[in-house]
Design a protein around this ligand. Structure first.
Ligand SMILES: Nc1ncnc2c1ncn2[C@@H]1O[C@H](COP(=O)(O)OP(=O)(O)OP(=O)(O)O)[C@@H](O)[C@H]1O
Ligand SMILES: [Mg+2]
Length: 322
């Protein structure tokens, strides 16, 4: 049975697995689903799913998306469908798999920082729900394992630290900021805190609204592409009906990045006693410079990877020793 490592975040599903040559492969799909089936158009492929009697279709251009940014989503049919869709898009043959998934820290641990077995079992049952792929063959999830978010993302760093060091892991996802303080060497958890109202999608939302104001229309997908290509004015201008609206979009970007950075650094004042800092998650590049500056951490002790959105899922695979 193939092991597939799955970071089922609220805005996107990140997958990692090893191919036949032992090389690590990754894939990303966005959670843009409609709660209805899409008719086949003959032009582009449609992805229709059914789970526990509910219909879903993948809808990349959709403006009305199933909201995936609340905790209940972690245990929902929509989540099982999003995972199935990511598997369908991975290029792998549908087959029985062992799904290794994550839960936000606030769900994985109870108030005494012990694993919350009720939530973990609930998550296992949710991910294992059968999903029907209309007109296709489904992956069968035969086994589910659950890890806490954020910690695996930094585990490669922790192993380089001594017991006198402590690493602050700042995971800025689409909708949640999850922060954990990890003791060096043993990788034991000292403190975790999350804030479900700080997320990188705030920037996408501002750009989406600015686009709607200047173009009269927008889509989450285009707004998201602009955020990812925010240093490329030519790319942004090509998405505008009138090029002279570029400053409006730039202002939306710059302002929302500053307020996201401020919200992040404010939240981090709750933590102390760390010697090293890692910023991970899809939003890392938006706030990393401000975080480093405000925490006064030197380059040598500050980690941001080239592809921070995949740090968690790659870390899960790394820890497994597979
Ligand atoms: N290169 C990039 N530059 C800026 N933002 C990015 C980049 N890549 C991804 N993002 C943003 O990161 C967010 C997604 O990050 P990530 O996949 O870590 O979130 P998630 O795990 O789905 O969410 P959460 O952890 O909050 O449940 C989106 O808001 C996306 O716009
Ligand atoms: Mg995440």
């Amino acid at each position: 049975m193939k092991n597939i490592y799955i970071d089922d975040g609220s805005t996107g599903i990140k997958l990692a697995w090893k191919d036949g040559n032992g090389d690590v492969k990754t894939a990303l799909t966005n959670n843009t689903f409609k709660k209805e089936l899409s008719p086949p158009t003959g032009e582009s492929q449609v992805y229709n799913y059914r789970c526990t009697g509910e219909d879903f279709s993948f809808s990349p251009m959709s403006t009305s998306i199933v909201m995936t940014n609340n905790v209940q989503w972690q245990y929902s049919a929509a989540n099982a469908v999003a995972i199935q869709h990511a598997l369908q898009q991975s290029g792998l043959e549908p087959q029985p798999i062992h799904a290794l998934v994550t839960l936000p820290l606030s769900e994985f641990y109870d108030h005494n920082n012990q694993p919350n077995l009720v939530n973990i079992e609930k998550k296992k049952a949710s991910v294992a729900q059968a999903v029907e792929v209309l007109g296709g063959k489904a992956f069968i999830i035969e086994k589910v394992s659950v890890s806490p978010e954020s910690i695996p993302a930094a585990v490669a760093k922790v192993s380089e630290l001594t017991d006198l060091d402590a690493l602050l892991v700042v995971d800025l996802g689409g909708t949640t900021l999850d922060v954990s303080l990890i003791q060096g060497e043993t990788a034991s958890l000292v403190k975790v805190e999350g804030n479900a109202s700080i997320g990188a999608s705030a920037v996408t939302r501002e750009v989406d609204q600015a686009l709607r104001a200047v173009n009269g229309q927008s889509s989450w997908r285009i707004a998201d592409a602009i955020v990812k290509n925010r240093h490329n004015n030519e790319f942004i201008a090509a998405r505008l009906f009138k090029e002279e609206d570029l400053p409006t979009i730039r202002e939306a970007l710059d302002k929302s990045i500053v307020s996201l950075s401020n919200a992040t650094t404010d939240f981090l004042t709750r933590f102390s006693g760390f010697t090293h800092v890692a910023v991970v998650g899809g939003g890392a590049s938006l706030v990393a410079d401000r975080v480093k500056e405000s925490l006064k951490i030197s380059d040598k002790r500050f980690f941001v990877s080239n592809d921070p959105q995949f740090d968690l899922v790659r870390g899960m695979l790394y820890i497994s020793g597979e």
